[in-house]
Design a protein around this ligand. Structure first.
Ligand SMILES: Cc1ncc(COP(=O)(O)O)c(C=O)c1O
Length: 365
């Protein structure tokens, strides 16, 4: 049972997780696009095998370590971080002799030297849809030149973007980021088709934009990732409900101050991360919401207000006594699930208060 686990421990409620996987697969089907979830949040091969079984058609990865561990799960991967000179050998080493299709992304001419020449490797142009990251803007005059350079050496499969800007806005503005995300890749794809390129992949993807976009005409696939775990940032952005948070950190209460207003747990930043989440969460959200096991997130007044490496300081939002007893167990729900999960190698799978399995998350690059 959960109560007997050594703490801190990363927990995933498999029922909530699978419900998240099914809901997004249905959403993608309704929007008429394939689903290529980003594996960087979950990483666990066992959990992601379920996600493939529940309707995903391929995976996105952000490290070669993820790629190596997930190769047995599907034959179609997109590596969503541009490569540069020096990485070609490592990309080939990661796929080994596997019969896969791997799409690598290119945002500028400088990325081309990192791309191995191999029939299994396709190239996808990264489009900058919101000024948040790299990539080439859809109206940039050099788009055709970049496509030409790619096509002279490799197979150009399509275009992709990630609307990371959806995390920086207020909840009410997420739909307009979603509109921009779709428009950016569709515009770029149409320009490249006019220039004679065969554009098979038109790929978008962030969890907030997938939650709000009203149509994805002209798009072929979506790559959300953090929806599988859910977190307080997504709740603040209206992209998931509190009850959809599948991931938490189990911790033990290790003491309290004399007045009972400050309690300490054995999960510090090395288990929770220091991520404060999105601006929409506000400034005083601390490092996560603390819920006694079997409690509901919505009822909790407790937050991790600060953390040292192995200590988390728990206080109430109003400054009253925490009511936590030394030795009792709590779950900490994260501001940003990707960052918290990244602090853990082992993930423990739970259902109805029972431990039902565990898996190791690949954490190498
Ligand atoms: C290239 C790329 N695609 C997809 C995603 C998934 O987005 P989200 O975490 O919002 O679901 C990310 C996240 O960082 C990304 O970088």
């Amino acid at each position: 049972v959960i109560r007997d686990l050594p703490t801190p421990a990363l927990l995933v409620d498999v029922e909530v997780f699978e419900a998240n996987a099914v809901r997004m697969a249905e959403r993608a089907a309704t929007l008429g696009v394939a689903l290529r979830p980003h594996a960087k949040t979950v990483k666990s091969p066992e959990l992601l095998r379920n996600v493939i079984g529940l309707g995903a058609e391929g995976l996105t990865v952000s490290t070669l370590g993820e790629l190596r561990s997930l190769l047995p799960l599907t034959t179609d991967f997109l590596y969503g971080v541009p490569v540069a000179d020096g990485k070609a050998g490592r990309v080939l080493e990661a796929i080994g002799s596997h019969d896969v299709r791997l799409s690598v992304i290119v945002g500028e001419l400088g990325n081309l030297d990192g791309i191995p020449r191999d029939p299994r490797i396709d190239v996808v142009i990264e489009i900058d849809s919101d000024g948040h990251r790299g990539g080439i803007p859809p109206d940039d005059a050099r788009l055709e030149e970049l496509a030409e350079a790619i096509a002279s050496r490799h197979r150009l499969r399509g275009v992709m973007t990630h609307a990371g800007g959806s995390y920086l806005v207020d909840r009410v503005d997420v739909p307009s980021v979603a509109v921009m995300e779709r428009a950016a890749v569709v515009t770029a794809a149409n320009r490249l088709r006019s220039a004679g390129h065969d554009i098979e992949m038109v790929s978008v993807g962030s969890t907030p934009t997938m939650a709000t976009v009203d149509h994805l005409e002209g798009v072929t696939e979506a790559r959300p990732g953090v929806y599988l775990f859910g977190d307080l940032s997504l709740v603040a952005l209206g992209a998931c409900a509190e009850g959809d948070m599948a991931m938490s950190t189990l911790a033990t209460v290790i003491g309290s101050s004399g007045d009972g207003r400050r309690s300490f747990i054995d999960a510090g930043w090395s288990a929770l991360s220091q991520d404060k989440g999105v601006p929409a969460l506000g400034k005083d959200g601390g490092l996560g919401v603390v819920v006694p096991i079997d409690g509901a997130v919505g009822d909790s007044r407790l937050v991790v207000s600060s953390a040292n490496q192995e200590h988390g300081l728990v206080t109430t939002r109003e400054g009253g006594p925490t009511g936590l007893e030394t030795g009792s167990r709590v779950q900490v729900f994260p501001n940003h699930a990707c960052a918290t999960a990244e602090m853990h190698r082992r993930v423990t799978l739970v259902a109805n208060g029972e431990v039902v399995g565990s898996d190791l998350r690949p954490r190498d690059w």
